[in-house]
Design a binder for this molecule. Sequence first.
Ligand code: NDP
Length: 503
Amino acid sequence: MTVADPAAQSVQLHISVTNPVTGEQIGALPIMNELEVAAAVARARAAQPAWAALGVKARTRILRRWIDSVWRDRETMMRVIRRETGKTDPGAFVEIAVLDVAVNYYIAHAPHLLRPQRRSPLFPLVQRAQVVYHPYGVAGFISPWNYPYFNALTDLVPALIAGNAVVLKPSEIAPYSAIEALDRMHAAGVPREVAQIVTGDGTTGSALINTVDCIAFTGSTATGRQVAVRAAERLIPCSLELGGKDPLIVLDDANLATAVAGALRSALENAGQACISIERIYVEAGIYDAFVAGVVEAVQNVTLGAGDGLGVHIGCMTNERELLRTEAHISDALEKGATLRYGGKRRPDLGALFFEPTILTEVDHTMRVMREETFGPIVPIMRVRDADEAVRYANDSPYGLSASLYTRNLKRGEQIAQRIESGDVSINRPQMVIGTPSLPMGGVKASGLGRRNGPEGLLRFVKSQSILSDTLLISIPALTFTDPLSQAAFRAMRFIRRVLPFV
Ligand code: NDP
């Protein structure tokens, strides 16, 4: 195990990590305090210049060794993830596979993206303009429990490739996936001080924000707001990947079987405990009855359990707080007139935190299940008159993370997508943007700030510096900026740029 300061473990309070399927304790880790976090960050700061000096190609070579080692031993990594989350084999595999493509994207593209970029100078030929990129120094990361491997690492790796040292505070509920991943990173050649973990609870997370040079947070909107306030006080950059209430719109011309399967898959992935899970479905009137009948039939084939193998679709929920919230949303909907078409109950025969996939219809926007984030396996389906009404309902939310759409008419789908207030929209394959590392992903409205993936997900971990060099070929020693030569050159360039705007 690698935590930032193993020597400090004997003297503090501890977090206890349990297996949600069995309730058994997996282990205990120290709650690191402000001083210990500051010491970890100081060690990272001292180690960072040597890491930056290696150069981007050397860093990507080291991270390639690491990601190949995770891929080779993915069965081991999957067991670590499953033990602390209760998710299934497919769920654990998805975490590994989605991170794998993102890391390989940055290994391939970072050397090009981080190269100095040429820009147009005011006076071409006699001047040179460029933007160069410098790492911030020590980047801090705070991650949640629902995807404890993917969410802990997907921002951290581009920050490392950009030349930063990194310090991560994983969720107290599921910290071991990140610990295992960083141990492997050290074995692959990332110096121990360059990539560290600080364990603990929210106090440890807030201590981290007090000392790092930039912060990337993934978690709830409520905590994200506090992180943003502290980052603003310190004037450090922050990116926030927060909660969502993702809509799916099914238009009349959708491929029915694919839409039914996609809706269930993306609403029930990780027992609904995903920031980008489909949480509300709007179906055009012409296809509504067939869609609901299809969902109710298909959900009978969804398997729930703690067993191994790719045939088990849903595992148990990771913490009871979310299970209670799920039940509260179902009760509220039923009290306000929703119809329960399937599920709605705990499954104590499988374990304390198992909950059936639940289909609700006759739902509306007075119900909590259509307005508040639900971290549970609920599929609420609402009939809408047409696409306009669907878009209106989709946008009737404080959140704006991801959205999905089913239609055979891609051109119309892309037009409708642009009217949805969300950071991304997937057409005919929900949740596909997060698995496409060239595309930036992140929220609007209460779903966050900043983007992960794509060039945007790398460049948020560097400071740009603009450098302008003048050859002095057209220059006189003037005491003002408006000497006759400069004025003439300015007038000439003004004219030239009208004709050749890209000069
Ligand atoms: P929380 O906001 O409760 O916790 C997230 C992380 O922040 C944890 O490591 C937590 O520590 C830490 N933390 C808690 N309080 C503070 C504080 N005051 N200062 C700094 N750090 C703090 O979220 P959850 O762990 O419950 O995760 C679920 C939420 O995450 C959902 O809303 C979900 O939508 C969102 N999420 C968003 C994603 C995205 O990409 N947009 C991806 C995945 C999840 P500890 O757990 O130890 O208390």
